[in-house]
Design a protein around this ligand. Structure first.
Ligand SMILES: [Zn+2]
Length: 298
């Protein structure tokens, strides 16, 4: 009897409306900082957060029979889930979740088309920075997975504060002796649609090459997402991160290697995450807020 009474009680439209208003008020209060950040950043991009956003039809190619499917597909799905959490509206940015930062690679015929856009957005600053790094003896290329473990640890700890917050542990604790640079060469991917590539930027010195920036890209179907992108604190002013992203974009947009063909989207976290510096970096490189739709077969 009591339960019946309760169910009648909660079935009352007025009470349901009040409960919904209460829940939304709390959600708004809790998500207000994120909401304010989104509003400001969307305005900087010349967008209104209430306007419909472009939709990225993500296809993770999970029907592939390769041995990487069981690893990269769930990993990518998890990343996508984080970027679509709270996305209860179909065509506008979510109120209570982050918005994916995406470059639709199909909008660029080649690397030059992208580079011209970046130069326009930065008055040539990024291009000049990348060229400065090259002149100073830096270079970038694909390296073997985890082949610079120790160097990555050291460059992670080269700055106390990173664009996504504090990374004190690596700055305070010396790398364990077991962490070594094996410098293993890269292995070609087994599957062209599911792979992980590590990129490194190096400074040539008399003692040899020193790793100064590192990036990890994961491809799953028609999406490539940036799992890591980090530079050494001392080398940032030389433009190494600009050089590294320029080289990665040249490789992706050349579409010369079979593994780089058929990639539609480059995903780099969210518009709302991190410092203003990180947001500006994405904005200048052409990352835009997009809604990820993985409802299509994936
Ligand atoms: Zn595969």
């Amino acid at each position: 009897m009591r339960l019946q009474f309760l169910s009648r009680f909660t079935a009352s439209p007025a009470l349901r409306r009040a409960a919904r208003a209460y829940k939304n008020a709390w959600k708004r209060f809790y998500f207000w900082p994120l909401h304010a950040l989104r509003k400001a950043r969307f305005e900087k991009l010349g967008l209104d957060r209430r306007m419909p956003l472009a939709i990225a039809a993500v296809n993770l190619a999970s029907d592939c029979k390769c041995r990487h499917t069981s690893h990269y597909v769930p990993l990518s799905r998890e990343t996508i889930r984080e970027l679509t959490a709270g996305n209860d509206r179909k065509n506008v940015a979510s109120l209570f979740g982050a918005t994916a930062a995406v470059i639709d690679l199909d909008t660029f015929a080649n690397f030059d088309a992208w580079r011209v856009q970046v130069s326009r957005a930065t008055s040539g600053k990024y291009h000049r920075s990348a060229n400065k790094a090259r002149r100073m003896g830096y270079s970038a290329g694909i390296v073997g997975f985890n082949s610079y473990h120790r160097s990555v640890y050291e460059l992670t700890g080269s700055k106390f504060r990173r664009s996504k917050g504090l990374l004190v542990w690596a700055a305070l604790i010396a790398p364990p002796a077991s962490l070594v640079d094996t410098k293993k060469p890269p292995v070609p991917p087994v599957c062209l649609e599911h792979w992980r590539y590590c990129w490194g930027a190096f400074k040539s010195t008399e003692a040899g090459e020193k790793l100064v920036a590192s990036a990890i890209l994961i491809r799953t179907g028609n999406v490539v997402w940036i799992q890591r992108f980090i530079g050494h604190g001392d080398a940032l002013k030389d433009g190494v991160t600009k050089m590294l992203i320029f080289d990665i974009m040249q490789w992706l947009l050349a579409r010369a290697e079979p593994g780089t063909q058929g990639i539609r989207y480059l995903l780099h976290g969210s518009i709302e995450e991190g410092s203003t510096g990180l947001f500006d970096w994405k904005r200048y490189l052409g990352f835009k807020p997009m809604l990820l739709d993985s409802a299509s077969p994936s």
